[in-house]
Design a protein around this ligand. Structure first.
Ligand code: SF4
Ligand code: F3S
Ligand code: FES
Length: 310
């Protein structure tokens, strides 16, 4: 019924784990010594009870035993996941299928998807790895908006109605919630997302002031999840546009004072499929699970192209 991953909680989840019948303390059972050391609560920490009693000239009173407080039950509820399924070996077109799952109010969408896969239909396919918003592999479209399933609490997804889950848009659909990410990664590779320097290697670190570092701090947070690019209507149109993530990736090095290839990257993005195709729609900024100001970064690259000043 449960798996090791079921114990994963979102950063927003309460610290108390769900308490099931098998883990809760018996209501009338004896509390353990570790839970209730036989020392009255008002005894100073480093003074044994017997010493405290002797100091007052009285015999130590028997410590009272208080039943262990029960952790509050985490509520459960039923939810319908409406998942857009596609098996290239069987289906001509994707179709929607409904799955009923019982979830805790602390569960994330990823937990519910695991429940479907492990308990109802093992053929359901989706990517995930870290389960904690770091690897960027589980971006999907949920109720029409791009999200990471491991960062989306079910209770925040209007669970009283079926929750629509489908693959991100604009990239070739392979199976169920899995798309071919290669065009997305190719656009990233095209902007040379690595430090370019000339001359001999220095004998010490390449120094940078806090102000210089701050210029590109925001764009260092990208986890390559593609939520931004696959939320952009310009990218949906023909898939030729570099897309917001590639521009974010370029921004991270263009504004790095240690890098020497800013002009080259700017020229790459001066392409007809580059930054000028951005229509400032802001879907990318809204979709980014890392809170990166994607549209602002694109605007900074446009300005650098116009002024030729970094
Ligand atoms: Fe994901 Fe944000 Fe990076 Fe886009 S910019 S790939 S949404 S982390
Ligand atoms: Fe697309 Fe974002 Fe520009 S959604 S049009 S890249 S502001
Ligand atoms: Fe890694 Fe969600 S599984 S970001």
């Amino acid at each position: 019924m449960t798996s090791p991953d079921d114990n994963l909680t979102s950063p927003d989840a309460p610290s108390n784990p769900p308490v099931g019948p098998e883990t809760s303390a018996p209501p009338t059972g004896e509390p353990s010594q570790a839970q209730h050391p036989a020392v009255p609560a008002d005894t100073p920490r480093d003074e044994p009870a017997s010493v405290a009693a002797a100091a007052g000239g009285q015999e130590a009173a028997a410590p009272s035993r208080v039943p262990a407080p029960r952790a509050p039950e985490v509520p459960t509820f039923e939810v319908t996941l409406r998942i857009r399924r596609f098996d290239p070996e069987r289906d001509e077109e994707p179709h929607w299928e409904d799955y009923q799952v019982t979830v805790h109010s602390t569960d994330r969408l990823l937990d519910a998807l695991h429940q479907v896969k492990w308990e109802q239909d093992g053929s359901l396919s989706f990517r995930r790895s870290c389960a904690h918003g770091v690897c960027g592999s589980d971006a999907m479209r949920v109720n029409g908006r791009n999200r990471l399933s491991c960062k989306s609490l079910i209770k925040d997804l209007t669970p009283e109605k079926p929750i629509l889950v489908e693959a991100i848009k604009g990239l070739p659909l392979l199976k169920d919630l899995i798309v071919d990410m290669e065009p997305f990664f190719q656009a990233y590779r095209n902007v040379m997302p690595f430090l370019v320097t000339s001359g001999n290697d220095p004998s010490r670190e390449r120094l940078q002031s806090p102000e210089q570092r701050a210029r590109f701090d925001d764009t260092t947070k990208c986890i390559l999840c593609a939520a931004c690019t696959s939320a952009c209507p310009v990218f949906w149109a023909d898939g030729q546009y570099f897309g917001p993530q590639a521009i974010v990736g370029a921004h991270r090095f263009i504004f790095d004072s240690r890098d020497e290839a800013a002009d080259l990257r700017l020229e790459i993005l001066n392409d007809r499929e580059g930054v000028w195709r951005c229509r400032t729609i802001f879907n990318c900024t809204e979709a980014c699970p890392r809170g990166i100001e994607v549209t602002k970064a694109i605007q900074e690259v446009k300005r650098a192209l116009l002024t030729r000043k970094i």
